[in-house]
Write a protein that binds this ligand. Structure first.
Ligand code: SF4
Length: 322
């Protein structure tokens, strides 16, 4: 097993297959941003398959495809199929803004993607235009319908809660109850100036209010991510809380992130990283890469410092894929 200095088993890798996106969420990529990674620096599918194959040999079990917006990467279903076939890999999931999902859901399912997380910060077109920078509600809802039709269930909806949309949480809860989606409420992390400009909202009071409203109890939910779930006793409704600031989950961290240009980030909230693109393109053997993976685990920080040093991180969420 891959284990870090704090005894945590690392069995989950979030793979960013592009840093580009068709949205401009106000807490992520700023309008007019031009500093995207050079395509020549993007890891190719052979490089990704080779490297993650070695990670799998060392105990990696789960891969999540992220971005930017992963569905913008050409032949993403081909990559999903190749990663799903890697010995040792038990689960391929994907996080998307769903604007392209309508035409791709069935192919993703057939390629071996087992679980979907869809980002949706509001059901109000005006709020969506303000927060996500594009009028995409209809496309997202069409994408969700296509994903359900393709057999994805349950689908998780990720709502980043901030001052601008906090009053819309109940409407999103009602929507998920009605549609059978699993809602996950996420605290804003100070990733880059864009996120720091948006008003952070502590989720604990919202959690207590929903607990009272629905009589929610602690519940478990498959997936291996950081969310803490509450649910109704009859199991009809579950809501997850991802609270990196008000109640962090670093003690049980099980993940690392690989960026589109082959940088392995050991922690979302820190700058510790290792450059695998240079290794892959300078003739490193499999043994060299395995040694580098194990060295990288030793670099993994204990936790983030989002509260202590909110100014620390310059990169946007889209650069590491959340
Ligand atoms: S902030 Fe870093 S240590 Fe904490 S859960 Fe995220 S990746 Fe793990």
């Amino acid at each position: 097993m891959l284990t870090d200095h704090f005894g945590r088993s690392i069995e989950y890798l979030r793979l960013s297959v592009t840093d580009r996106c068709d949205l401009r969420c106000a807490y992520c990529i700023p309008e007019g941003f031009k500093g995207f990674e050079e395509p020549a620096h993007w890891l190719g599918f052979d490089e990704i398959e080779r490297l993650l194959g070695l990670f799998a040999r060392l105990g990696l079990k789960r891969i999540r495809l992220t971005g930017g917006e992963p569905l913008l990467r050409r032949d993403i279903t081909g990559l999903a199929r190749r990663l799903a076939a890697l010995p040792g890999i038990e689960d391929i999931s994907l996080s998307t803004n769903a604007t392209q999902l309508g035409r791709m859901a069935a192919d993703l399912k057939a390629a071996g993607v087992s679980r979907l997380n869809v980002s949706l910060d509001s059901l109000d077109p005006a709020t969506i235009a303000r927060i996500n920078g594009r009028p995409v509600l209809a496309d997202v809802l069409a994408g969700l319908a296509a994903a359900s039709a393709a057999g994805f269930a349950p689908i998780k909806l990720n709502m980043v809660v901030m001052e601008d949309n906090a009053r819309e949480v109940d409407a999103m809860v009602d929507f998920c109850l009605e549609q059978g989606y699993v809602l996950r409420l996420i605290e804003l992390m100070p990733m880059g100036d864009t996120a720091r400009r948006m008003g952070y909202v502590d989720l604990q009071p919202i959690k207590r209010r929903l607990q009272r409203r629905f009589g929610l109890v602690d519940t478990l939910f498959p997936g291996g991510g950081p969310a803490r779930y509450l649910g109704t006793a009859d199991g009809r409704f579950s809501v997850g809380f991802i609270t990196p600031l008000s109640q962090h989950f670093c003690a049980t961290c099980n993940r690392v992130r690989l960026t589109v240009d082959g940088q392995l980030h050991l922690c979302l909230g820190q700058d510790a990283r290792m450059d695998f693109r240079s290794l892959l393109r300078s003739g490193a053997t499999d043994d060299d890469l395995v040694a580098a993976i194990q060295q990288a685990m030793a670099l993994k920080p204990e936790r983030h410092e989002f509260s202590e040093q909110p100014e620390k991180l310059l990169r946007f969420m889209s650069m590491t894929g959340g």
